[in-house]
Design a protein around this ligand. Structure first.
Ligand code: GAP
Length: 436
């Protein structure tokens, strides 16, 4: 059973070193989080799995890594300085602030329960402003990007020229984005600093609808292929009043979070809005000359835009399970092997010097290819439980027989079944079990 309570995951993640509150020794800092030894690996694996599916396994998408800091022109042109805002209301009774569009009842304060105590809604821009260089004032203003997407539009000309791609093709990027959210909430679901995995897919305008449908299906399936049960994700088309300023149609992939279905990713029809706006503002040509038709056109864009940190929360919630092994209750994270922080744990049966050299040899052998955890503390049962709880798919036990038969035991996280394999065949067997 996946976790039904966010606190189950939040506390497991803190105890086991996935996610900590940022600057906790100073009381924590406003909904920001640090990713610990296991969380940083899991987050990296989520991003790698996305890059693998979206770039590596295709021949029509390339990857870039653009700057986080940008000049005001980019954000004026993209419409973010003018339009990227949320309606903010203050409760005059308890002084708390809320996003009007997220309130269940727009007249009642969810904090103090009073009605008709809200101020008029004000539009609050979500961009983080800073300054570049030591001198304040005009010319020094800079913004932290609120989406990675603009790097794909401003580099469209360069990428088109250097990658030798032609529409339909995509430019992908993974990286941090920043939004001064009015109400960050639900742990790493909505934070002010987060990671996105976005791809701008440039297509001939007449093919836009076809590619929109294609990407909606692809992206929904990606979550299912990586371990989220099919009944926990769905596609939800936006109502007209929900659309972003650049979109003529968007569908969200939604996940069944403990508080209900909520957004994991948006797939948007961004049309030629961004390329046309940047071309007009910069004076650069941001279009494509089709040598076959001898026509120049501005491609339309289909954009699957996912959150890496938000996806990580969903993968953890979906993977959480509790069952019984030999009459004992255990907690197990049934993470997809590609996402699991460690793929294999090497567990010598005893800490005795006689076993240690062989156990380390086994660790080294596996670590050439996989992220491996080595643990020789506590009894073997407790060590299995710990590995189950952090989602390690396989545990390899080195015991005293191993010294004679040169074989080890592999235990499977999900079934707890054990098989004995010669060390010579260990890599091949582990690879067969993990699927890579
Ligand atoms: N370029 C389009 C774009 O940024 P978005 O729907 O605003 O679209 C895409 O963001 C994804 O980024 C969201 O579906 C979500 O997964 C993630 N995301 C957005 N704001 C977030 C926040 N404050 N905290 C965590 N993830 C966020």
């Amino acid at each position: 059973m996946p976790a039904t309570d966010l606190d189950q995951i939040v506390s497991l993640c803190k105890q086991r070193g996935f996610v900590y509150q940022s600057a906790e020794i100073y009381g924590g800092f406003r909904s920001t989080y640090d990713y610990g030894p296991l969380g940083s690996l899991l987050l990296r694996n989520v991003k790698d799995a996305w890059i693998r599916s979206m770039v590596q396994q295709r021949d029509d998408v390339v990857l870039i890594d653009a700057a986080i800091l940008g000049p005001p022109q980019v954000w004026e042109t993209s419409g973010h300085l003018g339009n990227f805002s949320d309606p903010l209301v203050d409760c005059t009774n308890c002084k708390n602030r809320f996003r009007l569009d997220k309130l269940d009842d727009p007249d009642t304060c969810p904090s103090c329960g009073k009605t008709n105590t809200f101020t008029e809604a004000r539009e609050f821009n979500l961009m983080f402003k800073t300054q570049a260089g030591p001198v304040e004032g005009a010319g020094a203003d800079a913004y932290l990007r609120p989406e990675t997407a603009q790097g794909m539009f401003t580099n469209f000309g360069h990428v088109l020229q250097t990658s030798r791609k032609k529409p339909p093709f995509g430019i992908a990027q993974v990286g941090k984005s920043f939004r001064n959210e009015i109400t960050p909430q639900n742990w790493i679901f909505r934070t002010r600093e987060f990671e996105q995995m976005e791809m701008e897919f440039f297509v001939p305008p007449e093919d836009s609808e076809k590619w929109y449908e294609y990407w909606c299906k692809e992206r929904l399936n990606w979550y299912i292929e990586h371990g989220i049960p099919a009944d926990m994700v769905m596609l939800r088309p936006h109502d007209a009043d929900e659309l972003s300023h650049y979109s003529t149609g968007t569908s969200d992939v939604e996940f069944k979070f403990p508080w209900g279905f909520d957004e994991l990713e948006g797939i948007a029809k961004r049309t030629d809005f961004d390329l046309k706006a940047h071309a007009a503002a910069s004076g650069e040509k941001l279009d494509y000359f089709d040598p076959q038709t001898q026509e120049r056109y501005v491609p339309f864009v289909i954009e699957p835009a996912a959150g890496a940190t938000r996806a990580m929360a969903a993968f953890l919630l979906a993977a959480y399970d509790e069952d019984e092994v030999n009459g004992e209750k255990r907690t197990v994270l049934r993470l997809h092997p590609r996402l699991a922080p460690y793929k294999v744990a090497v567990l010598p049966l005893s800490k005795k010097d006689t076993l240690t050299p062989l156990a380390h040899e086994v660790r080294k052998l596996l670590a050439e290819r996989y992220m491996v955890d080595y643990d020789e503390t506590q009894n073997i049962g407790k060590r299995y439980r710990r590995q189950d709880e952090i989602g390690t798919p396989l545990a390899v036990t080195v015991d005293f027989d191993s010294l004679d038969d040169n074989a080890v035991t592999i235990r499977d996280r999900d079934t707890t079944e054990q098989v004995r394999v010669p060390i010579d065949e260990l890599l091949a067997t582990v690879s067969g079990k993990l699927g890579f």
